[in-house]
Design a protein around this ligand. Structure first.
Ligand code: CA
Length: 252
């Protein structure tokens, strides 16, 4: 049992009250959270419960596997760094045991490769910590909607479709040839569609701890636009002068 301090309670209350209450609609979900960070876990549970969902928390991989096997959860959120073993091996085990519920992994931004390993192990999507609650709820909601048919992890925006596992982008089902950096840039902008993303943020995403040249972002954005317009589609990326870039089509 974790004691909730007044400060933590205030934090949870603040975050609970500031999110929309009807994201999942009327449908109540059973959500399993496997996360050893007690504060984050409580925080997530509070936010998701406020939306009318039933939330179960495990703080080790073993406990997570037990809950996943013995309770009818609709979706699982799995942290990669767990105290007994890593989340990747837990996901592999869940899939080996025939559990087909959608799984969202939580990774630290510095562990860029975790998301690929996680998706390959059988996760359906990932969130990079720290994340905005709105993004988490939107991603979970999209996952749950897609899960009925257990489809492969993908994101769409109009005629643009991204295969998150193969890291391929299709426009009207035609493959768009992108470099790895162009892909990462586009995926990030699509994940934050209809929001202004600063050039510095994109540099941080692409180069992590290394020093990146802001000009490379401009070059890559311009190449991406050319590639889009070549397909006969309108260019979906706009420049907001002095602020950054925005992917104009709502992506899910
Ligand atoms: Ca952890």
């Amino acid at each position: 049992m974790v004691t909730i301090t007044n400060a933590l309670y205030a934090l949870i209350l603040y975050h609970s009250l500031s999110i929309p209450f009807v994201i999942f609609g009327a449908q109540s979900m059973r959500i399993l959270i496997v996360e050893d960070d007690a504060i984050l876990s409580h925080h997530l549970k509070s936010q998701l419960s406020e939306l009318g969902n039933q939330v179960q928390c495990a703080n080790t991989a073993e406990e997570g596997l037990f809950f996943a096997q013995n309770y009818p959860n609709d979706i699982a959120i799995v942290d990669i760094g767990l105290p007994d073993r890593d989340g990747i091996s837990l996901i592999k085990d869940m899939r080996k045991k025939g559990l087909r519920l959608p799984i969202m992994i939580l990774t630290a931004r510095s562990n860029w490769q975790d998301k690929v390993t996680g998706l390959e192990a059988g996760a359906d999507d990932y969130l990079v910590k720290p994340f905005q609650k709105e993004e988490m709820v939107a991603r979970l909601s999209a996952l749950v909607r897609r899960s009925a048919g257990f489809v492969k992890p993908e994101m769409t925006a109009g005629d643009i479709r991204v295969d998150l596992l193969a890291k391929q982008v299709y426009v009207c089902d035609e493959l768009l040839e992108l470099t790895a950096f162009e892909y990462d840039l586009l995926e990030y902008l699509m994940r934050h569609s209809r929001q202004v993303v600063s050039k510095q943020r994109l540099l941080d995403v692409l180069y992590e701890d290394q020093e990146g040249d802001p000009n490379t972002i401009e070059v890559m954005i311009s190449r991406l636009r050319k590639k889009f317009t070549k397909t006969g589609q309108n260019n979906p990326i706009s420049t907001i002068r002095g602020q950054g870039y925005i992917f104009e089509i709502s992506a899910q």
